[in-house]
Write a protein that binds this ligand. Structure first.
Ligand SMILES: [Zn+2]
Length: 390
C-alpha cells in the first residue's frame, strides 16, 4: 500500500476529495490523501466530516493517517469521498500554535528558557519552560510577542538536508528521525515542528498570558491567542460587568471595592462577637445558682454557643442540657458534673428517633422536630423531668 499523502502541509485547505485506500484493523479509514491533521506535537486532531460522517479522531501510524469516523458502512475500497475540516477549530489551533512559536523563540533568545512542554487544549494552551520566569519577565515577553504579531512577519516551513539542518540554530523538543520539518517565524523562531501554522504572524491577532505557576523547577503558563483570547476576554468582561453592577463600582476598580466589602464584613464579625459576649454574660447571670439546667438556645451559634456552654458547665453541679433549634430538629449537648451521661443520652435518642453519641460526662446529638415551638420545647422539658429533679 502507498502511504497517505499529507495535504495539511497547506493548512488553508478546508475541503478536498480523496479515495478510500483501505481500512485499519481498528476499523479506521485510510485514504490516499488527507487534509486532516492527526493528534501530535501538542496539537489535537482536526474535527470535521468525511462523506458526511463526523470525524471522531485522527491518528498517525507509520506511513498512514487513520481516520476514526462514526460509521464506514457506505464506504468501500476505491470510493471517492469528500473531506471537510472544521475550519474554525483548525484556525484556532493554527493561531495558538504559531503564537507559541513566537513566545518560545523569544523566551529562549532573551532568557535562555527552553520550551519543555506544550499542549493546545480546548479551553487553554499550556506552555512549560525549564526556567523560572517572573511575572514581570512574562509581561515583557508578552509585549514583545505582540510586537512580533503586529510586524506581520512570514512563517515558512521547509525540509532541510541533514547537513544543512546541522548548521541551523533551531529549537527542538526531541531528537527526530526521518524527514525533519523546520518551521521559521522570520526573525523570531526556528523550530522543528509537524503542526499547522498561519502564513503571517498578524493572523495570530493577539497573544495573552493568563496564568503562571511554578512547575518542575520552571514555569507552566496558560496562554491564549487570537479568537480564543477574544472569547476569554469576552467572558471576563461579562463577569466584570456583573460584578461592577453588584458592587456599584467601575469595572477597573473592582478590587478596592471588594477589599472594602471584606473589611466591612470583618467589622461586622467583630461586632457580632462583642454582642454575643455581652449576651452570654447576661444569660449566665440569669442561670446562676440552678442545679440541673435545660436550656433552649436560638441566638448563639457556632463558637459563641460553644463559649456559652463552656461557661455554663464550669464548676456546675448536676446536669446541663443545651438544645439548639435547627432545620427539622434540635441539636443538643448533655454535660454532667460527674455521672455517666451516656445512658440518658441513648434513651433520648431512642425515644425521639435521633442520632448522636458520647461517653462519660459528655453526650451530643440531634433529634427531629417538625418545628421549634413552645409545644415541642415543653415535650422535651417533660421528658427530662421524668429523669431528673428539674
Ligand atoms: Zn509548530
Amino acid at each position: 500500500m502507498m502511504k497517505t499523502k499529507k495535504l495539511y502541509e497547506d493548512p488553508y485547505l478546508k475541503s478536498h476529495g480523496a479515495k478510500v485506500m483501505g481500512f485499519h484493523e481498528s476499523g479506521a479509514l485510510i485514504l490516499d490523501e488527507t487534509i486532516f491533521f492527526p493528534q501530535g506535537g501538542g496539537q489535537l486532531a482536526d474535527e470535521g466530516f468525511i462523506q458526511g460522517h463526523p470525524v471522531l479522531d485522527v491518528k498517525e501510524e507509520g506511513e498512514f493517517i487513520l481516520h476514526y469516523i462514526e460509521s464506514t458502512e457506505d464506504l468501500y475500497l476505491g470510493k471517492e469521498v469528500e473531506l471537510q475540516i472544521d475550519w474554525d477549530n483548525r484556525f484556532h489551533n493554527m493561531q495558538q500554535h504559531t503564537g507559541e512559536h513566537i513566545l518560545s523563540g523569544l523566551a529562549q533568545s532573551i532568557h535562555g528558557a527552553y520550551n519543555v512542554g506544550f499542549h493546545i487544549g480546548k479551553d487553554m494552551m499550556r506552555v512549560d519552560y525549564d526556567k523560572e520566569l517572573s511575572w514581570e519577565q512574562l509581561e515583557d515577553l508578552e509585549r514583545k510577542a505582540n510586537e512580533a504579531i503586529s510586524q506581520n512577519v512570514s512563517i515558512v516551513s521547509f525540509y532541510p538536508r541533514p547537513t544543512v539542518l546541522e548548521s541551523l540554530p533551531y529549537r527542538s523538543k526531541k531528537i527526530l528521525e526521518g524527514d525533519i520539518r523546520v518551521v521559521e517565524v522570520k526573525g523570531y523562531d526556528l523550530c522543528t515542528c509537524c503542526g499547522t501554522h498561519v502564513r503571517l504572524s498578524g493572523e495570530v491577532g493577539l497573544l495573552k498570558i493568563l496564568s503562571r505557576e511554578n512547575y518542575k523547577g520552571g514555569v507552566r503558563l496558560g496562554v491564549l491567542c487570537g479568537f480564543k483570547a477574544l472569547e476569554y476576554f469576552d467572558r471576563l468582561t461579562k463577569q466584570s460587568m456583573q460584578m461592577s453592577h453588584l458592587l456599584c463600582a467601575p469595572v477597573l476598580e473592582l478590587y478596592p471595592a471588594l477589599e472594602q466589602i471584606f473589611e466591612d464584613r470583618e467589622k461586622i464579625r467583630r461586632l457580632s462577637v462583642e454582642k454575643d459576649e455581652e449576651l452570654i454574660a447576661l444569660k449566665l447571670e440569669k442561670e446562676d445558682g440552678k442545679k440541673d439546667l435545660l436550656i433552649f438556645e436560638k441566638t448563639l451559634k457556632g463558637k459563641s454557643l460553644k463559649n456559652y456552654v463552656l461557661a455554663l458547665s464550669h464548676d456546675r453541679e448536676g446536669l446541663l442540657a443545651v438544645f439548639s433549634p435547627e432545620e427539622e430538629g434540635y441539636s443538643f449537648l448533655l454535660i454532667s458534673s460527674g455521672e455517666d451521661i451516656s445512658i440518658l443520652g441513648k434513651k433520648l435518642l431512642k425515644d425521639y428517633g435521633g442520632k448522636g453519641g458520647g461517653r462519660g460526662v459528655n453526650f451530643q446529638g440531634w433529634i427531629p422536630a417538625k418545628e421549634d415551638n413552645q409545644e415541642e420545647r415543653e415535650r422535651i422539658r417533660t421528658w427530662f423531668k421524668t429523669f431528673t429533679q428539674q
